[in-house]
Each structure stands twice: as C-alpha cells, then as structure tokens.
Design a protein around this ligand. Structure first.
Ligand code: SF4
Length: 111
C-alpha cells in the first residue's frame, strides 16, 4: 500500500469524513451510526448475563443469502457517499437498513 501511495502521480489528500462530527484531525465521532443501530434494534447486547445458546440452524442457502449483509463493519463509507444522509436529518442510511434487513431475515430476529 505504501509503495502504491508513493507511486501516485497526483497529490493525495486525507480528510476526515464529513457526515460525522470531527473529534480531532482525521478522527470522527460515529456514535450516531451505532445509536441508529440500537434504535432499529439491529444490535444484540452481549453482556454475559444470560445464556445465548447455539441459536437456530440456517440452511446453506440462507447463510449464503445473509452473509453479505453480515459483513458490514460499520465503517460509515456508504453514509459518507450518500447524499441523503446528512448531519442534520434523521435518515439512518444504508448501513443501518442493511443490518435491519439482516436481523429481520434471521430466524432469531423473526421471533
Ligand atoms: S454497509 Fe456501509 S458501513 Fe457497512 S461496511 Fe459497507 S460501506 Fe461500511
């Protein structure tokens, strides 16, 4: 990666994401994203106070269908690119919607 950056023909600017409040330098506060995940209940509190058990089995086909949704890391890049997601509105954006879809499609979320 460093070699590729050094070989770049044009200057590369590093800027903080502009959809989240800046904490310092390139650090932003993405707590809105995590609060929105909690708001739509796309969040499982794991505090060790109760036995979660093995959970229901998924067929191979269900696993393959849901796996892409489970890969969201909460990076916020989709929100950064989305013109509908702003610092002043309440739209939750693609990351939260995809996690709501994942939880609604999963047998645990269906109960
Ligand atoms: S859905 Fe959005 S937040 Fe999740 S990994 Fe993709 S770009 Fe990042």
């Amino acid at each position: 990666m460093i070699d590729k950056l050094a070989d770049a023909d044009e200057p590369i600017s590093l800027e903080p994401m502009n959809k989240f409040p800046i904490v310092r330098d390139l650090i932003v506060d993405r707590s809105r994203l995590f609060n929105d995940l909690k708001r739509v209940k796309a969040w499982i509190p794991i505090d060790g106070t109760y036995e979660l058990g093995p959970g229901p089995s998924l067929t191979q086909r269900e696993q393959e269908r849901l796996y892409p949704l489970s890969r969201c890391t909460g990076c916020g890049c989709c929100l950064e690119a989305c013109p509908q997601y702003t610092q002043t509105n309440k739209f939750v954006g693609a990351a939260v919607i995809s996690q709501a879809r994942l939880f609604n499609a999963h047998p645990v979320g269906a109960n």
